[in-house]
Write a new protein. Structure first.
Length: 297
């Protein structure tokens, strides 16, 4: 078994599940400790960060991060999965003006309460919703607050559109499109989906599985890996002495000169310790531990 630690960004192609991609990466890197950072449906493509070795400790943080998608939608069609790959259950021939279409799309900017689709991996009473849906049943789902940071209309005509969406974690784009159709008094379903960003990772950082196989043949796999601390690259950095390092790892606060805020924390050797935050405590600036990511050896 090899010993890689880092994050590889996959450009997932159609026809693969996220678990399929993990299994292929596991074979390419010859490692067991591999995990993805949020599923992409089999027909969806795009950015899928996969964590290897010690970097699996930050997978939850990537999962919690904002995402960006490019999606295509078509009006007048309702399916059981809210996308074109599901069973068509209703149709509408209602005509809407381009102005109404654009207005409905743009009206979803900001926060809104989204009811997750039945065909999803969310669990209710220990059972995944899609398992219940496949039995022909439907159960009540609680709305979840999501944040649509921006919507950019890339192309639009009388019954279809292509949009770019920046959103909070847990947002279902096919449900967003379904809800846009409802707002117009008709139906709408998603016809394609590409994830273009996941946290700090972009399409230009991503490799197809075939590209990774070729890179392995040239023995350059280390060059495609991002260190775990790259996830927090937007934060400023603090380097700690040996004494303060021990305090940080034990969860004890330490007086520092840094201004209040969140920080990436390292020791003097450059090893990543975790995330901390500085706040004012009794007129002193003190560093406290938010999350310890340090793994020795």
């Amino acid at each position: 078994m090899a010993d890689f630690n880092g994050i590889v960004v996959i450009n997932k192609e159609k026809g693969f599940t996220s678990h399929d991609a993990v299994n292929v990466v596991r074979k390419i890197f010859d490692m067991r400790k591999v995990g993805h950072t949020g599923t992409l449906d089999p027909e969806a493509t795009g950015v899928l960060p996969i964590c290897l070795g010690k970097a699996t400790r930050v997978s939850d943080l990537i999962m919690e991060s904002d995402k960006e998608y490019i999606a295509e939608m078509k009006l007048g069609i309702k399916t059981d999965t809210q996308d074109i790959w599901g069973e068509v259950i209703d149709k509408s021939h209602k005509k809407v003006s381009q102005e109404e279409f654009i207005s409905a799309i743009e009206s979803f900017k900001g926060e809104y309460d989204q009811i997750p689709p039945m065909y999803s991996a969310i669990k209710i009473n220990g059972k995944k919703l899609y398992e219940i849906a496949r039995q022909g049943k439907e159960v009540e789902r609680k709305p979840r607050r999501v944040n649509i940071h921006y919507i950019e209309i890339l192309d639009v005509n009388e019954d279809s559109a292509r949009i770019k969406v920046g959103c909070s974690k847990g947002t279902y784009i096919r449900t967003l499109i379904n809800d846009m159709g409802e707002k117009l008094g008709t139906f709408a379903c998603m016809t394609s989906l590409q994830r273009t960003k996941s946290g700090v990772f972009h399409m230009e950082d991503a490799y197809t599985l075939d590209e990774l196989k070729n890179i392995k043949e040239n023995d350059h796999l280390n060059k495609v890996l991002y260190n775990a601390d790259y996830v927090f690259s937007s934060l400023d950095r603090i380097d700690l002495s040996h004494e303060l390092k021990e305090r940080f790892l034990n969860g004890a606060k330490s007086t520092v000169e840094n201004v209040p805020g969140r920080y990436r924390v390292y020791d003097l050797k450059g090893d990543f310790l975790g995330i901390g935050y500085v706040e004012v405590d009794k007129k002193r600036n003190v560093l406290k531990t938010e999350k310890n990511f340090y793994v020795q050896g």
